[in-house]
Design a protein around this ligand. Structure first.
Ligand code: ATP
Ligand code: MG
Length: 585
């Protein structure tokens, strides 16, 4: 399945648009000075070697989640496939709530997913706050063209006069102020002469537009707060809807891809760009906005606000808690970047809203992990098995493939001795029908070892099986001529009690009980109180020298990753996912 996908490019409506644009030579004359900038910076520059430019524009006010991965994969893949570039741009025009911790983590997550925005040719890492001077210039271009005015109405008056879906809005009494007056007031706003909220700069479009977003939207507001990048240089900040199209145009973005909730903003996006190009501030061809439907996953919340709440109120152990649908959580959980790509290929890109079952996500992960992970043997619920006719001092070396489908991964040695751990589930006193594992009188193969026959068992004081006794058939060693001498239907795994190592395992269940926790008045009411369970288990001794982040398939159990909490005395594994229920023999 994975191999098939590597060779087929799955198409989608955005790819079709790009193909058409390229066929029409829309960007043949596009220039690029090597730096973002307005018309005067690019106009004498060479033709852009990047055929298209896309961008991923996170606001650095939280950690990235699975939804962002959809946008990252889409934008970076398009750039790769069409000989373009994808920019990572921090949309940090809002001075509040943004900080360096988030910036660093976002960069790490994009890299973790396998994408680069920097190489020997270009470093396409940008901060929208570096464009404040350009945005200020752009605002003045609009004022000078009679297309923006300073409005002294209160926020409440502006709100009321905006009208409703049924009623047109009312013009502001300041709408027809002279250009000179507007320039003077805007300058005074900038120099700090007014309080927050005292006035705003608005675009002059149409107070009767059926699209409320075009009823003279605010484009600059006063905020006396310092910004993490520009410090106290500014006390006026551009509104997001004004800043965003300018950011795209300065960076020569060709396809500005966003989620559907911005559809209603597209006319304003286009208005800003068209006017600024008309007055020679921006260079054509202008970026075009295209919307796709956001990722919604069952059993998960994907809103930054809610994720922040989970962390701040300690419902989870931080942003990278393996139960969190963040990319740092995914990494710690053991979800694989290739699994994200396979998943996004499967769900596709469209304009129709839907909720994807978490199972689809996990299945993509399993498929990738099955391919990527070498195997280890672990016993999760140990009971003792004693081979009565096995010499106490003998150690039999068994050769085990590291990956059954990938011989190039080689083999390792696992030692078989008289006393073994086997899974409690692999022995039944009274076997149900079609049970092919161990029960009194039955024979099974010790995987990679010998055929054994159960001779007896012993119960502990609680009446539970504590020890199983058996005899082995020395001529039946796996891989030898005699291995078929005794036919068996079952095959169980084991570990030598002498040559195994205790490990700690953290099993995770869903963080929310319902398919859609967002439907609750308070989504916290839907938290699964037993979403984490810690167990001890045995693993083969070769596990001793593993590193944080190493991943394995524990045969017959699932996929596991070494957690950073591990130390020399205790190796801790997170269960990424169980295997599919195929081992029901
Ligand atoms: P949230 O809604 O979780 O607060 P956001 O949209 O405010 O996220 P941004 O940092 O603004 O977060 O998002 C960066 C980019 O990621 C945007 O282009 C946005 O459209 C995209 N994005 C965010 N959530 C999703 C999602 N669930 N599916 C696809 N793309 C998404
Ligand atoms: Mg946002």
């Amino acid at each position: 399945m994975i191999n098939e996908n590597k060779n087929t490019v799955l198409t989608n409506f955005i790819r079709n648009i790009i193909e058409k644009n390229l066929e029409a030579n829309l960007y043949a004359e596009k220039k690029w000075s090597g730096q973002p900038g307005p018309l005067y910076a690019h106009k004498d520059a060479p033709i852009d070697t990047a055929k298209i430019r896309t961008r991923f524009p996170p606001e650095p006010n939280g950690y990235l989640h699975f939804g962002h991965a959809k946008s990252i994969i889409l934008n970076f893949t398009l750039a790769q496939d069409f000989n373009g570039r994808c920019h990572l741009r921090f949309d940090d025009t809002n001075p509040e709530k943004e900080n360096e911790e988030y910036v660093k983590s976002i960069i790490d997550s994009v890299h973790w997913l396998g994408y680069k925005f920097e190489d020997e040719h270009e470093n396409n890492l940008y901060y929208a706050s570096n464009y404040f001077d350009y945005m200020y210039e752009a605002a003045k271009v609009l004022i000078n063209a009679g297309l923006a005015y300073v409005d002294k109405q209160t926020a409440e008056e502006i709100r009321i006069n905006r009208g409703t879906l049924k009623e047109a809005g009312k013009d502001s009494p300041f709408r027809d102020q002279s250009i000179d007056e507007n320039l003077k007031l805007f300058e005074e706003m900038k120099s700090g002469q007014y309080q927050d909220g005292e006035m705003v700069l608005r675009a002059k479009i149409n107070m009767a537009s059926p699209n409320i977003n075009l009823r003279d939207p605010a484009i600059y507001r006063i905020r006396h707060v310092s910004h993490h990048n520009t410090g106290n240089k500014w006390c006026i900040y551009p509104m997001y809807t004004f800043a965003h199209p300018i950011e795209d145009a300065l960076e020569k973005i060709t396809h500005s891809i966003c989620t559907l909730e911005f559809e209603d903003q597209r006319p304003f996006y286009e208005w800003v760009l068209k006017k600024l190009a008309e007055f020679d501030f921006l260079e054509k061809p202008l970026p075009k906005q295209h919307e796709f439907s956001r990722l919604n996953l069952s059993h998960v919340v994907l809103s930054k606000r809610k994720l922040i709440q989970l962390v701040e109120e300690n419902h989870v152990n931080g942003w990278d808690d393996p139960r969190m649908p963040t990319l740092v959580g995914a990494k710690r959980r053991g979800y694989h970047p290739k699994g994200f790509k396979l998943f996004m290929d499967r769900i596709g890109v469209s304009k129709s809203d839907s909720v994807i079952d978490y199972q689809t996500f996990e299945d993509s992960m399993r498929e990738v992990l099955n391919e990527e992970c070498n195997r280890k043997i672990t016993v999760l619920n140990p009971i003792k098995l004693i081979i009565e006719n096995f010499d106490e001092n003998h150690t039999e070396i068994c050769t085990v493939p590291n990956h059954p489908q990938k011989p190039e991964e080689g083999t390792r040695e696992v030692k078989l001795t008289k006393e073994l751990w086997i899974e409690g589930e692999d022995f039944e006193i009274n076997p149900p029908p079609k049970y092919f594992r161990l029960f009194p009188g039955n024979k099974v193969r010790l995987r990679y070892g010998f055929v054994i026959e159960c001779t007896d068992y012993k119960l502990n004081d609680n009446g539970e099986v504590s020890t199983v006794f058996c005899k082995y058939f020395p001529e039946t060693k796996s891989g030898t001529a005699g291995s078929d001498a005794v036919k068996v239907k079952g095959n169980i795994h084991w570990l030598s009690t002498k040559f195994s190592k205790p490990i700690t395992i953290r099993n995770y269940d869903r963080l929310f009980l319902s398919e859609n926790p967002n439907e609750f008045d308070n989504f916290l009411d839907d938290i699964n109180q037993s979403s984490i369970e810690t167990n001890s288990a045995y693993c083969e001794e070769s596990i001793s020298d593993v590193q944080t982040g190493e991943q394995f398939q524990f045969e017959r159990h699932g996929y596991y990753i070494v957690d950073p909490d591990s130390n020399a005395g205790e190796i801790i594994f997170n269960r990424t996912a169980t295997l599919r229920d195929t081992w029901q023999k």
